[in-house]
Write a new protein. Structure first.
Ligand code: DGL
Length: 270
């Protein structure tokens, strides 16, 4: 059991922000990643569709005999919040670790959450933060243009399109009481430099992919499920559309050659 892989899924590239951190903190673990690039974005879809997609993604990962599944997706974690209950393996979304990190980080008690439309409409982060500390004031902002930007490789903070889209969503929080901002969609850390520059250095950014990876390490330790492997873990990548775009952006982000590393699968079969 311990040497089985960790399964991670997202609608596309976003979950790689969790994978990058998992590779850092759990280098000996095997990882199976599924990015639903054929059906991205999830964040503008209905609840029923998101629940259906998430169940298919999890079934695909279960076929790879994983020991744990991570929905490295703020949208799935917010909308398909019961997914874990139907799974035969340990499950984590991104909400709990991210909300906890935010509640701990804020000094002013005023925070903001950036997320997809589905995530923001669910108020999932706000509710969870306030269940940890009801005195924290939580602003919410949906940023529907961020995922298409990232999926199309627009992440450079000096790109005029990136800057103007980022400004449009976050400038309201600059020079305000907000001292902590949650990047509540796992795609957003790919825009971290641009978001950080737009907000200024007094605002702390909480990366949901990173917090989830750190939380996963803790969970696996507690459950005595860490791999015994001494060599570097094997990572497999699957996508539901042509791998080319995924491989080039993933390669840049993970800092490794991803050419011919992703395999296309038919997710509708699951
Ligand atoms: N990366 C995902 C999230 O964390 C999904 C974004 C999308 O597909 O809209 O919400």
């Amino acid at each position: 059991m311990k040497n089985k892989a960790i399964g991670v899924f997202d609608s596309g590239l976003g979950g790689l922000t969790a994978v990058k951190e998992l590779i850092k903190c759990l280098p000996n673990e095997n990882i199976v990643y599924f990015g639903d690039t054929g059906r991205v974005p999830y964040g503008t879809r209905s609840k029923e569709t998101i629940i259906k997609y998430a169940a298919q993604d999890a079934r695909f990962l279960l076929e790879h005999n994983v020991k744990m599944i991570i929905a490295a997706c703020g949208t799935v974690s917010s909308v398909a919040s019961n997914l874990g209950e139907s799974l035969p393996v340990m499950f984590s979304g991104v909400l709990t670790p991210t909300a906890q990190a935010c509640a701990q980080a804020t000094k002013t008690g005023v925070v903001a959450v950036l997320g997809t439309s589905a995530t923001i409409n669910s108020h999932s982060y706000k509710n969870l933060i306030n269940s940890i500390n009801p005195d924290i004031k939580v602003f919410e902002q949906s940023c529907p243009l961020f995922v298409p930007l990232v999926e199309n490789g627009f992440t450079d903070k000096d790109d005029i399109i990136v800057r103007s889209v980022v400004d449009r969503y976050v400038s309201q929080f600059k020079n305000s009481d907000v001292d902590t901002v949650i990047l509540g969609c796992t795609h957003y850390p790919l825009l971290k430099a641009a978001i950080g520059e737009a907000l200024g250095d007094k605002v702390r950014l909480i990366d949901s992919g990173k917090e989830t990876a750190l939380y996963t390490k803790k969970l696996l330790m507690e459950q005595n499920l860490l791999s015994h492997r001494e060599e570097e873990g094997v990572r497999e990548f699957y996508v539901s559309d042509t791998p080319h775009n995924f491989e080039s952006i993933a390669g840049l982000f993970l800092g490794r050659d991803m050419k011919s590393k992703a395999v296309r699968i038919d997710i509708e079969k699951y």
